[in-house]
Ligand binder design. Structure first.
Ligand SMILES: [Zn+2]
Length: 196
């Protein structure tokens, strides 16, 4: 058994990528502390490049794994201030990540009937690596998935923000020379082929 997969230290280390829920759920597993954006690479890609987690708004990550009503539960809270690009002025804007989620982790679909509230759920086989009898729950990946879903599709500054000046939208005519330029190498190749 690989004990590196779990980490019961509070506030000292970064959160683990995986937790073996078969081992920890009965006793209850909790983790809380801070995190780094590099742990969420897909999220980082969407954020403005110079996003740093700020001291003035402490970033918090808490999660817990438990078992009740015959199913596993994965709960987490994330709070952080990040920067994303405003889709009106294309400048960066502050965005507060503030997400609290409770997911049922089901061993098979028949367990949906065990859920009393309208809980969101995930299937073990869809999200976990099954290593022997261990069920390794990729906590970081699941949290990142949920954070990505919570980002606005088209973030914009407040409508009365005087610094938010809309950038001119490129028309098709503006794009035409760019597209033609891109086609040039192929046109040259085609020309060469024709000469052969
Ligand atoms: Zn803006």
């Amino acid at each position: 058994m690989n004990n590196n997969l779990v980490n019961n230290d509070i506030n000292t280390a970064l959160p683990p990528e995986y937790v073996d829920i078969t081992k920890w759920a009965e006793a209850g597993y909790q983790w809380q502390g801070s995190f780094e954006l590099s742990q969420f690479p897909r999220l980082s890609e969407i954020l403005t490049e110079d996003t740093e987690l700020q001291d003035k708004f402490p970033s918090i990550l808490q999660f817990a794994i438990s078992r009740s009503d015959g199913v596993y539960w994965f709960e987490f809270v994330v709070k952080a201030s990040v920067k994303i690009q405003c889709q009106r002025c294309l400048q960066q804007m502050d965005f507060i990540l503030d997400k609290k989620t409770k997911l049922a982790i089901l061993e098979d679909k028949s367990q949906v009937g065990l859920l009393v509230d309208d809980n969101d759920w995930l299937l073990v086989e869809d999200v976990s690596d099954l290593i022997g009898r261990e069920i390794r729950l990729p906590v970081a990946t699941i949290i990142e998935d949920e954070l990505l879903l919570s980002l606005p599709l088209a973030p914009k500054h407040e409508i009365n923000d005087v610094h938010c000046v809309p950038v001119e939208v490129l028309t098709e005519e503006d794009l035409e020379p760019i597209l033609e330029e891109k086609e040039n190498p192929f046109a040259v190749l085609a020309g060469l082929k024709a000469q052969e």
